[in-house]
Design a protein around this ligand. Structure first.
Ligand code: 5GP
Length: 114
């Protein structure tokens, strides 16, 4: 199987604006932002396709993603944020390496979907 775009970012094979990194998690700015602050929080492992698989297999790692999202929303916005896990192609998932979208920074009345 070919590496996902996120695995290639983790390996520094392609550039990204990385805002956080730990042993198990990386976060970087989305290349096509949908909010004033739009970050992707990604486990370094590529073994989980979506949040359902991740929650079943490693709830501690899912909790780490949420904790990093909270920390980054405080650092880059006002601490309040929307956390989105697109799950399945019909729901808009395009990269099948689980990731959380952190949307923040003046969302105001921006609806859930356009
Ligand atoms: P999904 O649609 O799977 O929920 O989210 C994938 C996200 O990855 C999209 O919001 C898309 O803009 C972002 N993305 C795709 N390719 C790249 C890339 O090369 N670099 C960065 N930083 N984000 C990307």
């Amino acid at each position: 199987m070919t590496d996902s775009i996120f695995t290639r970012i983790i390996a520094r094979e392609i550039p990204a604006d990385i805002v956080f990194e730990s042993d198990r998690v990386i976060a970087f700015r989305d290349i096509s932002p949908k909010a004033p602050v739009h970050l992707l929080v990604v486990p370094k492992t590529a073994e989980f396709r979506n949040v359902v698989d991740l929650a079943a297999a490693d709830p501690g790692l899912l909790a780490e993603l949420v904790q990093v999202a909270d920390q980054l929303a405080a650092q880059y916005a006002d601490g309040e944020f929307r956390l989105v896990f697109n799950t399945g192609a019909a729901a808009g998932q395009t990269v099948f390496h689980v990731h959380a979208h952190v949307l923040a920074g003046g969302l105001g009345g921006v609806p859930l979907a356009e």
